[in-house]
Design a protein around this ligand. Structure first.
Ligand code: M6R
Length: 366
């Protein structure tokens, strides 16, 4: 069942080239000019005339939602809000029939997300689901939706579902952007082509396995970790920290890098490693200054960087190189080394990574 791997989690990390192939299949035309998400196309009017989009989710799915917010705003010129499903209901949400509410859930059974959907529908919003488990409660209670089709995820820590959710959100952004006329055709073609190449890129990233296994040994006994990222990778910093917390039981905090100087920098010392997600993107120069600030305070830095960026190697203590992809796709390539780093640190500590203490795969209580 584990396909020769020691754990479900490792199997699920390593099958991401195939799960992303399945997730994309039939959704991008051969010429990469059109995105075919039937649930979106069949409800074109709701998306084209949407006043705004609100995304509700929990945990890792909420992190995917934060990435979705950026890519939808960039491609569709529409305001997107992201809410924890558990908070949404109690925040007197201002929802109208002109809003589109997107609910993201791997299991399709998360009680808070289900309750948020019911509230949104009662206010007349059009509710769209992005789920993995076919026929679960959430896909049955939405108006329409898209399955991520990544296959059963057994490990409690979400890995392949996260990359599937980000992929579907990117497809949705491109599809809605085309319908609204807010994205250039050349942009759609370029990103669609790179999404098709993504399984190859993920295979390349998985070759970091040995390097990450060795690196993990240095950090097994760290008691606190800081994860920093900006822009598209602020959410991946949150996700990297969550992965480490839930399976290794090491305290980790994810932060948007520039917020570091507003508090968390006080924690930095030689005992607390910082993982910096620093692909060569529009915010690269800014994040490099954050790396320097950590180093100046005696901190150690593990940086996830774009292949070929040698300058940063002189500043960071350890670098993990990922392929150069369009900015909105960087979360896909950087999240795999973050998953592997959390995984090996947890294994070094002899943790039960598939079933961490106190956690359940689906949270069916509010
Ligand atoms: O099934 P869902 O996507 O609705 O689950 C949401 C969270 O419970 C889930 O992502 C949780 O945070 C994972 N254990 C994270 O790895």
């Amino acid at each position: 069942k584990k396909g020769g791997y020691d754990t479900f989690m490792l199997k699920e990390i390593f099958e991401q080239p195939e799960t992303l192939t399945d997730c994309i299949r039939g959704r991008i035309t051969d010429d990469c000019r059109r995105i075919v998400l039937s649930g979106v196309i069949e409800n074109k009017e709701r998306f084209v005339h949407a006043n705004r989009i609100v995304i509700v989710a929990c945990g890792t799915s909420w992190h995917a939602a934060l990435i979705g917010k950026r890519v939808i705003q960039e491609m569709c010129g529409i305001s997107v809000e992201v809410e924890y499903a558990s908070e949404f209901r109690y925040s007197s949400p201002f929802i109208t029939k002109d809003d589109v509410v997107i609910a993201i859930s791997q299991s399709g059974e998360t009680a808070d997300t289900l309750a948020a959907i019911q509230l949104a529908r009662s206010k007349g919003a059009f509710v769209y689901g992005i789920c993995n488990v076919v026929g679960a409660s959430i896909p049955r209670s939405t108006d329409s939706g898209t399955y991520i089709h990544v296959g059963p995820e057994i490990g409690v820590a979400s890995t392949k579902a996260f990359t599937g959710q980000v992929t579907v959100l990117t497809l949705l952004a491109l599809c809605v952007g085309q319908m609204r006329g807010t994205v250039e055709e050349a942009t759609v073609e370029r990103i669609a082509q790179e999404l098709k190449n993504m399984p190859i890129y993920i295979k390349e990233v998985l070759r970091l396995d040995d390097q990450i296994k060795n690196l993990s040994k240095i950090y097994t006994y760290a008691r606190n970790f800081l994860y920093l990222g900006r822009g598209y990778n602020y959410p991946t910093a949150l996700e990297g920290a969550l992965k480490l917390k839930e399976i290794s039981y090491i305290h980790a905090e994810g932060y948007p890098a520039a917020e570091m100087k507003h508090g968390p920098i006080a924690l930095v010392d030689s005992e607390m490693p910082t993982v910096v997600i620093a692909p060569t993107d529009s915010l690269y120069d800014k994040i490099i200054s954050n790396v320097r600030q950590v180093k100046a305070r005696g901190g150690t830095v593990v940086a996830i960087i774009t292949k070929g960026n040698d300058a940063i190697k002189e500043i960071a203590d350890h670098c993990l190189e990922v392929p150069d992809v369009p900015e909105c796709l960087t979360p896909l390539v950087v999240s795999v080394p973050l998953q592997l780093l959390a995984y090996y640190i947890a294994i070094n500590k002899d943790r039960n990574v598939d079933q961490p203490r106190n956690l359940a795969k689906s949270v069916t209580v509010e």
